[in-house]
Design a protein around this ligand. Structure first.
Ligand code: PLP
Length: 467
């Protein structure tokens, strides 16, 4: 399988090339040259597989010859052995016709573990084969940083340094990053905002001598391998509820559009997905696009679902490329205009095509709290704020009866104790493996918003790891 850039000006690569590169050289995103399709009989044959086996089978279509099948199988088994539910990504029925798929049983209690645990192992395998090392740098306001640290910790060929805005992440989220004690992990609390952290990371990538010397790499959701590793759980849910002989619908709490893009890919691979609901909080650019073809940037407003407080959804470019019939020039022009003007003009025909599958939904904090309370009262189920938005979206979806709807449960409720207390009157306990999180020692350094100082810190972490 080869991958091409959505902007058409970068050379095609294989899976390993895409894994290591992240972004294409022309600023575009890599997509598969064609969508691998499974016939209904092939899907039926996958029913009942354990999750790691299903993941290995479906990832194989994207990995191609880049990894031997037995290696891929073994990496999938290792990646999901650390999840604390035997089904890895279990389905829970909430009411008639409505399910939640719990994606939060990994080490950091958010769905990003599902992809990141596999990605870190694929990275390590490929680096060992090539005799190379990399340094992963990232900026985080929440879940991405902890999922990356947890997945990369103690991996000899990878150093990982995460910048977070000092004092501006939730305590659970900060502690999940800073209580990891591993020689290849660095945490820097920057005196500034999340945007300042992101600007510092961009500046490091633009500093060519630094980037080359440290072999900088990124694991944010623009990496195709992350999207690919999210496809198997859609298949797991759909097959479990009767696909390919029955249609299903999904509601996906969305920010960067990576998770829902994986659902789109699952549909292109032949799963009968009738509808996809893109669920948002007050930061509703995607819902506005789907409702009125209004893709215009507004200021980001903080909410109870911080992992969805995003205005520019980087993975949307991959859908745009498909909506424009894979016209790379038109995609590049639309993205450049969007960047320049803060508004994207999508041709009416392409917008209408998006609406045949995607449905937008948004709800504010009061609606989120009301949905958490309602679920808790009805069945005792505890949905975190992100999940609650997905459930509210699923409920609002106008689908024909008889089509099961699955809301993606993207975070464990214990990650957001304040919102849970507001809605249900109690703070959910952390699962066993994190029960002593508040007692563990934290390891991080503070730094001013200064590129030279932060680059020096990162060099020190990398040297320590290589020593
Ligand atoms: C990252 C995240 C999201 C948003 O997912 P995208 O792939 O960026 O759309 C939703 N919920 C939680 C809990 C997250 O961590």
């Amino acid at each position: 399988m080869r991958y091409i850039s959505t902007r058409g000006q970068a050379p095609a690569r294989d899976f390993t090339g895409v894994l290591l590169a992240g972004l294409a050289e022309d600023g575009g995103l890599f997509v598969p040259q064609f969508w691998p399709e499974l016939a209904p009989a092939e899907w039926r044959a996958l029913r009942g597989l354990a999750y790691p086996d299903l993941a290995a089978r479906l990832m194989r279509t994207f990995v191609g010859d880049a990894l031997p099948p037995a290696t891929l199988q073994s990496l999938c088994e290792q990646a999901y052995a650390g999840f604390d539910h035997a089904a890895v990504v279990p389905l829970v029925q909430l009411e008639n016709g409505l399910w939640a798929q719990e994606l939060f049983h990994g080490p950091t209690l958010a769905f990003k573990d599902v992809a990141m645990q596999l990605l870190a192992r694929m990275f390590e395998h490929v680096l060992a084969e090539r005799g190379e090392r990399i340094t992963i740098v990232g900026a985080t306001s929440g879940d991405t940083g902890s999922a990356a640290i947890e997945a990369c910790r103690d991996r000899e060929r990878i150093a990982v340094v995460i910048l977070h805005p000092d004092g501006r992440t939730s305590e659970v989220q900060r502690r999940q990053m800073t209580t990891v004690r591993a020689r290849n992990v660095g945490n820097i609390a920057v005196q500034g905002s999340f945007d300042d952290c992101q600007d510092l990371v961009k500046a490091m990538f633009a500093d060519t001598p630094f980037r080359r010397a440290l072999h900088l790499s990124a694991v944010n959701s623009i990496n195709w391998a992350r999207v690919a590793a999210q496809i198997p759980y859609y298949a797991f849910a759909a097959l479990g509820l009767g696909a390919p002989d029955r249609q299903v619908a999904f509601a996906v709490p969305s920010g960067n559009f990576g998770n829902v893009l994986a659902a789109y890919a699952a549909r292109r691979m032949g799963l009968p997905i009738a509808r996809l609901v893109v669920a948002a909080n007050r930061n509703d650019i995607l819902a506005r696009f789907l409702a009125h073809n209004d893709m215009s940037i507004r200021a980001v407003e903080p909410s109870l679902s911080p992992s969805m407080d995003i205005q520019v959804s980087s993975n949307f470019e991959r859908l745009l490329f498909e909506l424009l019939d894979r016209d790379a020039n038109a995609t590049a022009a639309a993205m450049q205009a969007f960047r320049a003007t803060g508004r994207m003009a999508v041709p009416t025909a392409a917008w209408q095509r998006a609406r045949t599958l995607f449905h937008g939904f948004s709800v504010d904090d009061a609606g989120t709290v009301a949905e958490i309370a309602r679920l808790h009262a009805a069945s005792g189920y505890l949905a975190d704020p992100h999940t609650a938005i997905g459930v509210a979206a699923a409920r609002a979806l106008p689908v024909a009866s008889g089509i099961p709807t699955i809301a993606m449960a993207t975070a464990h409720p214990a990650k957001f104790p304040d919102a849970m207390e507001r809605a249900t009157g109690r703070r959910p306990p952390l699962p066993q493996r994190l029960a002593d999180l508040y007692e563990r020692a934290e390891h991080f350094t503070r730094a001013p918003n200064d590129l030279a100082i932060i680059e020096a810190r990162i060099r020190a972490t990398v040297l320590r790891n290589a020593a």
